[in-house]
Ligand binder design. Structure first.
Ligand SMILES: C[S@@+](CC[C@H](N)C(=O)[O-])C[C@H]1O[C@@H](n2cnc3c(N)ncnc32)[C@H](O)[C@@H]1O
Length: 268
């Protein structure tokens, strides 16, 4: 179901995080390209970098970056077996940059991950809303990073300092998900410290969620027979409500209240 909702194009695979609309994107695919272009710029990716994508989803971000830099090498870390299976399929597809020999997949949890090589750059997009302990996660990421390396983290951030997602989202969509306060990442500076930060207006997420809702509605015929572990009308109601709720939360106060935070970090 997520696959139809999030979109799947030649280079931009399913991307489950905010697209960037404020630079003039006219559709979902373009908004996701613009967002990854911004990540490239802010993480200062250069050709030849060895990069880790922590929580790489379906491999969209790294596939796009591999298409732009012909000597970049990527490792993707992801605990979702289903998403890793999708990536393994792309690794066999000559059309995909994931089959280029410059990509390695590591299926597993950050907490157990070990790598023999250190990375020039680490990026993580839309993952920290599933991470419960920033101190442990930063310690682990720092251990993977070269001494002059850089980490880029993109997460949902909110002004209300409760660090929890809504009760509805917690119960029906992402158990134990959390929306970190704007200052949560920079206030941790034990193993990694924040050297630059940006806040991306919530209207960009509102537009992304609206595009996902449109795609979800348009795909009803092809997705209603899938197994959701509950009757389909109920599943549809829950997901429509989630997309509308989140879209509204991010549109509040013209997107200035709930945003997405981006943080550039180095060794502390
Ligand atoms: C919302 S998705 C974002 C995926 C991708 N970065 C994107 O922008 O499309 C979060 C991803 O983080 C992964 N993830 C969450 N916690 C993880 C952990 N502890 N170790 C490895 N992967 C994790 C999930 O499996 C999922 O692929």
């Amino acid at each position: 179901m997520l696959n139809q909702m999030l979109g799947d194009w030649q280079v931009i695979y399913h991307k489950y995080s905010m697209g960037l609309w404020e630079d003039g994107a006219t559709d979902l695919e373009e908004s996701q390209m613009h967002m990854i272009d911004r990540v490239i710029e802010r993480l200062e990716i250069v050709d030849g970098d060895r990069i880790l994508d922590f929580g790489c989803g379906w491999g969209c971000v790294l596939n796009y970056i591999l298409s732009k830099f012909l000597n970049v090498r990527f490792t993707g870390l992801n605990l979702s077996h289903q998403q890793c299976e999708y990536i393994r399929g792309k690794m066999q597809d000559p059309q995909s940059y994931l089959s280029s020999g410059r990509f390695t997949l590591h299926e597993g949890d950050l907490n157990e991950a070990q790598f023999t090589e250190k990375f020039d750059k680490i990026l993580s997009i839309g993952v920290f809303c599933h991470v419960g302990n920033l101190t442990n996660a930063f310690q682990k990421l720092a251990s993977f990073l070269k001494s002059d390396g850089k980490v880029f983290i993109h997460i949902i951030t909110v002004r209300i300092p409760n660090n929890m997602s809504s009760g509805f989202t917690h119960k029906y969509i992402f158990p134990h998900g959390r929306y970190w306060n704007h200052d949560a990442v920079p206030s941790h500076n034990r193993d990694l410290k924040t050297v630059d930060r940006w806040y991306v207006n919530g209207m960009n997420y509102h537009k992304t969620l609206t595009a996902w809702l449109d795609r979800f509605d348009d795909a009803q015929e092809s997705i209603k027979s899938l197994d959701y572990g509950m009757d389909y009308p109920r599943f549809r109601r829950i997901w429509r409500f989630y997309l509308l709720l989140l879209g509204t939360i991010f549109a509040t106060c013209d997107g200035e209240y709930n945003e997405n935070g981006q943080y550039l970090m180095v060794h502390a």
